[in-house]
Design a protein around this ligand. Structure first.
Ligand code: GLP
Length: 226
């Protein structure tokens, strides 16, 4: 199966034959076929879609970890069409964890935004953002389905985004996220936590995101200190 992908016999997006068909084709048991498929899914060569089957992975989206860019910029730079579905947005009181990350007092109001992010109509990520700045409740009136959050912050609110810290972890999708991303429960995913700072070195956004594991590559460039 690996050879079929490298030789181009099976192309990105192609549906892989069923376990039964693979068993017949290769003279192996269904169980062995299933194991082989799972292995290739875990390696990111194949991916599963709920109720549809197993497919050859498409070329991945590279999120570079050098410049601070947002989802809209990353996807547009690839020539794809970014889209957003706002899952929820409201004001919440800061929990202890959020208060610490955004340097606030517990209970202070925070704007919480949950978005499903898509490229060319395919779901890629779920982003759960928490923002805090004076007047952040005005974000409730913004059209966050058609506009980039970074752009709104910069051009409408005059907030300069300067730097961010980001952590990256591997994990498996839970039921809620799998459903939104159109994946089977327990699919490989990349979890990020990003805190973005303004020119005044104030944390403005703390976001927890889940990226489909088989659709993303994170790229960084490292210099060794002299
Ligand atoms: C990235 C970050 C998010 C941020 C988003 C902004 O994906 N992980 O924390 O909210 O970019 O993207 P946009 O400007 O497209 O809304």
């Amino acid at each position: 199966m690996r050879e079929k992908v490298t030789s181009g016999d099976w192309k990105p997006g192609d549906l892989i034959p069923s376990e039964r068909e693979l068993g017949e084709q290769y003279g192996i048991s269904r169980m062995t076929a299933r194991q082989a498929l799972t292995e290739l899914v875990n390696e990111g060569i194949f991916y599963r879609e709920q109720g549809k089957g197993t497919f050859v992975s498409r070329n991945k989206i590279t999120q570079q970890l050098i410049r601070l860019t947002g989802f809209t910029e990353d996807i547009s730079a690839r020539g794809q069409a970014p889209a957003t579905r706002v899952l929820s947005m409201h004001m919440i009181p800061a929990t202890e964890d959020l208060a610490e990350r955004l340097r606030l007092h517990v209970g202070q109001p925070i704007f919480r935004l949950q978005r499903l992010r898509l490229a060319d109509n395919e779901p890629l990520a779920i982003e759960r953002s928490h923002l805090s700045f004076i007047g952040c409740e005005r974000l409730l009136d913004e059209d966050l389905e058609t506009q980039s959050l970074y752009r709104i912050l910069e051009s409408r609110y005059g907030i300069q985004l300067i730097q961010a810290e980001q952590e990256l972890e591997a994990g498996l999708t839970n039921e809620e996220d799998a459903k939104l991303l159109n994946l089977p429960i327990g699919s490989p995913a990349l979890y990020t936590r990003r805190t973005t700072y303004t020119n005044r070195d104030l944390p403005i956004e703390y976001a927890r995101s889940v990226y489909c594991g088989h659709k993303y590559t994170f790229y960084t460039h490292m210099l060794r200190n002299q």
